[in-house]
Every structure is written in C-alpha cells, then in structure tokens.
Design a binder for this molecule. Structure first.
Ligand code: ADP
Ligand code: MG
Length: 249
C-alpha cells in the first residue's frame, strides 16, 4: 500500500473526459513523477488530490484516510502540501516575512510580524522561519523583497514555505516551467537535498525529461486522462508506447 492510493478516478468537464479510470499508487518516501503531453490531465489529477476538484467517481486515499469530501485546508492539515505552477509568494514582503507565514499558519492566535517585544510563541515562529531559510540556503537573502529574486530563488522560497508546513507528501506541478537551465538545475539539487534529508514523499508533474530522469524512482505516463504505463525511469525511456505517445516517435 502506498502513502497515496488513487483508484478508478474519473473527472469530466462537460463533454470532456479529463480523467478516465486513473489508478496511481505512490510509495512512501519515494519520488514519483507523472508525465504526459499537454492536456493529458496531470493538473486535473493533482487538483483532485488536494481538494480543489472533486472526482466524479473513484477514491483518493492518503495514509489510509480518504481525502474526498474534505476541504483543501483539511487536506493540507492531513499532511499534503502543494507547489503551484507559478510561484505563489508575496512579492512585496521580504523573504523572511514570506517564510514566517507558513510557520505561523500551523498555530492558533494572533501573530505580529515585527513585534518589538515578541511573545515566546512569536519567538519560536521567527526561529523556525530562520531555520527553514538556512535549510533552503536562503539565509543571506532574508531581507530581500521576494519579488526581486530570480525565478529559481522564488521557487526555492515557495518550496521552503511548503516544507515549513511539515508535509508528508509534497506535490509539485511543473516546478521548473519557464526556468532557465541554471535555475532548473538549482531546483533539481534542492529537491534531491529534500529527498535525502527529510522523511517525505514527493509526487512531481514535470515536462522536462532532464528533471524527471534526475529525480524520479517511478514514473507514471498519463495520456488523454488515462495512465498508459507506470515503471522505473530506465524502462520508461525505452518503452515503445511512451516514445510514441509522449516523445512523438
Ligand atoms: P495537463 O495538466 O496534463 O496539461 P489539464 O489537467 O490541465 O492537463 O487538462 C486536462 C484537460 O481538461 C484539458 O483538455 C483541459 O482543457 C481540460 N480542463 C482542465 N481544467 C478544466 C476546467 N476547469 N474546465 C474545463 N476543462 C478543463
Ligand atoms: Mg498542467
């Protein structure tokens, strides 16, 4: 049993069958990539995992519990955190201020971003945010406005903000889309570091095969809303159906 078990999930948008009988099992502490051509249903599937969309039929189990019928907030509290296709950070706030938000979100009660006499609770949040920035190798950028950073650093901050929520499953939707090669390689290194240092499962939707083959232990190929094949990277590379459907051969 995987930490994430998707069974027979179907999702229609009017006349369009975006997902047709999707089955997916993601093993705990693995990196599992979902690839497939544009419009294959990858983002739709991810949205069904985080409560943004509700499947028409089928089941989605996380750590033995159904996520269906729960709100995105409740699913996040269960331990699933998601990185969006475009970075979702507050550009006018500094890097540190951004990082304090998820550190605070785990708690109840009011929080003052720049309290002159911080409470013990507030001190703890500041310390956690500082620790997270160090883990992300961003401590030196803590006072920079988030908007002024490179695409790669924005992504790094956003991934750090997700990790501050202490998820057991991290979902990423095309985290390197639109990035220059250097930023892409930085993101690959960061995800490798996260995988090595943390007890975490990563499911990544990705277009860039260099990223997929650098990180994934299992790959599911989605085509027209249905899994075509699921296998190891080596087997996927040579799979005739994949070459035909995805690599255009
Ligand atoms: P991918 O992420 O693999 O590129 P998507 O999951 O975004 O694919 O889309 C799958 C299909 O569903 C596409 O044909 C897309 O146009 C359609 N689709 C996605 N979201 C919606 C929506 N909210 N309403 C109608 N159609 C949608
Ligand atoms: Mg998509």
């Amino acid at each position: 049993m995987g930490i994430l078990e998707v069974k027979n999930v179907n999702k229609r948008f009017g006349g369009l069958q975006a997902l047709g009988d999707v089955n997916l099992s993601v093993a705990e502490n693995s990196v599992h990539a979902i690839i497939g051509p544009n419009g294959a249903g990858k983002s739709t599937l991810l949205n069904c995992l985080v409560g943004k969309l509700i499947p028409d039929t089928g089941s989605v189990m996380f750590d033995g519990q159904s996520v269906l019928g729960r709100t995105p907030y409740e699913i996040n509290q269960m331990g699933i955190s998601r990185v969006f296709q475009t970075p979702e950070i507050f550009g006018d706030l500094t890097v540190m201020e951004n990082m304090m938000i998820p550190c605070f979100a785990k708690r109840d009660g009011a929080f003052r971003l720049h309290a002159i006499a911080p409470t013990d609770d507030e001190k703890e949040i500041v310390e956690k945010a500082e620790r997270m920035l160090e883990d992300m190798n961003m401590a030196g950028k803590r006072h920079m406005p988030a908007a002024s950073m490179s695409r790669g650093d924005k992504r790094r901050l956003e991934i750090g903000m997700c990790l501050a929520q202490e998820p057991r499953l991290l979902l990423l939707d095309e985290p390197t889309a639109g990035m220059a090669r250097a930023d892409t390689n930085n993101t690959i290194d960061l995800l490798k570091q996260i995988k090595d240092e943390r007890d975490i499962t990563i499911a990544i939707i990705e277009h860039d095969m260099h990223v997929v083959f650098s990180l994934a232990e299992r790959i599911t190929v989605l085509a027209q809303g249905t899994p075509l094949v699921e296998d190891t990277p080596d087997n996927i590379k040579g799979h005739p159906k994949v070459r035909e459907a995805y690599l255009g051969e």
